[in-house]
Design a protein around this ligand. Structure first.
Ligand code: SF4
Length: 448
């Protein structure tokens, strides 16, 4: 099966060309019920830079335009964002990415897959709730982003289908073998066409709090989701065999993993290869700009969900911004299913129910419960635990207006590293500005 690689030149036609080159609509009947599954991981009350993290509305528009040309008129766009993080929900995600506006223009329905209904399937001995809407679609178009992932190395088409799961099943994936279950999910729910949105790519993904985006201007498409992911992984700098869920899928389905075995149309793959980093050290990444020492956040590998990970990362990023140049002695924050090996004199913080259940509390341990703990509670907990009383009161006194503005969605709590996204190569029109972003920018400038 063919994989097309096309340069995105800013036009909808270049997206259409990627679809045509791989014969993307060859099996599509104009009366089919089409479901587009973008990757909108997050839609909260702050605007995290979307570049390389979520699917552009430009890519979705190109697909809708091509579907309209094909005569399709039963089109839905379905996603289920993470919940419990900075007020994240799917409707807000559609709105912040501008996908709601392009959907309206082309008459496509917007569906929050988190609302269900779900069909329950047994994947590797685990009962997993999969969106019935995704399972029942006649033609599923999977539109992930070209990004790396701190837990599974790359997050492309295979991984994007995890957004079709019931929230409880997503959490279970992290505790019961993430890579194995991603492989099995793609055996049960197959994409008819995968289009990787490579207008931007993300190093140290999957989020822009720690990750860093770059412009790449690529569209990678195929009716063969496996081949498409292998090509995407290669562009990001991995041998497909390094990606465990692709390796297992290849073994189960007797598929070659050598990209030379695929028919590639368009650009030359060899000239597009990058070497992106995927592993992260959350503590270093979040504090390097703030001069904070003595605090480490060991990464729990695959045993943490996006909810805990994002709330903690964002709270620590903000903490570092408003409390620079602190020495916190020897403090460690454990999250997810992460076993603690405590050394005398260390202060241990257990973050979230999983960390609490996986470890015995000791005299030197404090904890915050929740699955995941709420964002505001996390922020106050971090300040209360890491700061002296006078410093905490000062931080609350001077930080309260920003916290209120943050909660109201008119201030994004810009992290210093996000200045990168003011460069002209990061084009907001690929997403459309959220309503309050202009106000937020003015507020941020005043803060700096
Ligand atoms: S506590 Fe955190 S890591 Fe554990 S299941 Fe809940 S959200 Fe996931």
């Amino acid at each position: 099966m063919t994989v097309s690689i096309v340069k995105f030149d800013g036009s909808l036609e270049s997206i259409g060309r990627a679809i045509e080159l791989c014969g993307g609509f060859d099996k599509l009947d104009k009366n089919d019920r089409v479901l587009i599954k973008p990757n909108i991981t997050f839609g909260g009350w702050i605007a995290i830079p979307p570049y390389g993290m979520v699917t552009t509305s430009k890519m979705v528009e190109g697909i809708l335009w091509k579907l309209a040309e094909h005569g399709c008129n039963d089109i839905s766009i379905g996603e289920g964002t993470i919940l419990g993080v900075l007020g994240s929900n799917t409707r807000r995600g559609f709105s912040q990415t501008g996908i709601n506006r392009v959907a309206k223009r082309y008459g496509a329905k917007l569906i929050d897959l988190n609302d269900g209904p779900f069909d329950y399937k047994n994947l590797g001995g685990i009962k997993v709730g999969i969106s019935k809407i995704a399972l029942d679609a006649d033609f599923l178009i999977n539109v992930p982003v070209l990004k790396t992932h701190a837990q599974v190395k790359v997050s492309l088409g295979f991984k994007n289908l995890k957004g079709c799961l019931e929230v409880a099943s997503r959490k279970a994936f992290h505790m019961k073998g993430l890579e194995h279950l991603i492989c099995l999910l793609n055996q049960s729910l197959e994409s008819d066409l995968t289009i990787i949105d490579g207008i931007y790519m993300l190093e140290k993904g999957p989020d822009a709090m720690i990750g860093v985006a770059r412009r790449k201007n690529l569209i990678i498409a195929s009716r063969d989701a496996f081949a498409c992911d292998c090509v995407g992984a290669t562009i990001l700098g991995f041998e497909p065999s390094q990606i465990a869920y692709l390796r297992e899928y290849a073994q189960l389905n007797n598929r070659p993993m050598d990209v030379n075995a695929f028919q590639i149309e368009g650009e030359r793959l060899e000239l597009l290869k990058e070497k992106l980093m995927w592993e992260v050290n959350s503590g270093e990444e979040l504090f390097e700009f703030a001069g904070i020492t003595g605090l480490s956040v060991p990464h729990p590998g695959q045993h943490i969900c996006s909810g805990c990970y994002a709330n903690l990362a964002y709270s620590l990023g903000l903490f570092g911004k408003v409390n620079p140049n602190l020495n916190l002695g020897d403090t460690r924050i454990y999250s997810g299913r992460n076993g603690v090996s405590q050394v005398t004199g260390q202060r241990i913080i257990l973050y979230g129910n999983c960390a609490i259940q996986s470890n015995n509390k000791t005299n030197h341990t404090v904890s915050i419960a929740g699955c995941p703990p709420k964002t505001m509670s996390t922020l106050f907990f971090v300040m209360r635990t890491l700061l002296s009383k006078p410093r905490m009161f000062k931080a609350i006194l001077f930080g309260s207006p920003q916290l209120l503005a943050l909660r109201a969605g008119i201030y994004s709590g810009n992290l210093p590293k996000w200045r990168l996204y003011r460069l002209p190569e990061f084009d907001k029109s690929h997403f459309r500005e959220p309503r309050y972003q202009g106000i937020s920018r003015v507020f941020s400038k005043w803060r700096e």
